[in-house]
Design a protein around this ligand. Structure first.
Ligand code: ZN
Length: 142
């Protein structure tokens, strides 16, 4: 279980972007949350992919999201199911539905797991977790 190499200073795994996802992570470094928009049918697509799931087009634009959303779903992991997560439980994972429609998985900052409620309003906060790596985490909307 020690074969994973890409970890944050706090020990958690780092994302390993695919070629399609690299622009998403590049924008995060500039504190912009972007998603793909199909150049043919204009569907908003997330996570990033090579082909539109609606019309099968393969060309996309990247559009900025406002960063506002609501908790669509959440789960609290209480056991470290991988050594990387030892000392990081309970760990709340949320599925955030952005105001524009796309959903993404993330974590909340400064919200105890027992206070997470489906439908709660959240807003993005850009957190540098390692050199050159920024993640879109969320906090209670103010
Ligand atoms: Zn499309």
């Amino acid at each position: 279980m020690s074969g994973w190499r890409f970890k944050r200073p706090d020990g958690l795994p780092l994302p390993q972007p695919t070629e399609e996802a690299q622009p998403f992570f590049d924008a995060l470094r500039e504190h912009r949350l972007v998603v793909q928009r199909c150049a043919s049918c204009e569907a908003l697509v997330h996570p990033p992919r090579a082909m539109c799931g609606t019309c099968r087009a393969v060309r996309f634009d990247w559009v900025a999201m406002r960063g506002a959303g609501t908790v669509y779903s959440h789960v609290v992991t209480r056991q470290a199911v991988h050594p990387a997560f030892a000392g990081h439980t309970p760990l709340a994972t949320v599925e955030v539905e952005l105001a524009e429609g796309p959903r993404l998985y993330s974590n909340l900052v400064d919200v105890p797991p027992e206070e997470i409620v489906i439908g709660m309003a959240v807003e993005v906060v850009f957190v540098a977790v390692a050199e050159g790596v920024v993640l879109p985490l969320f906090r209670r909307a103010h």
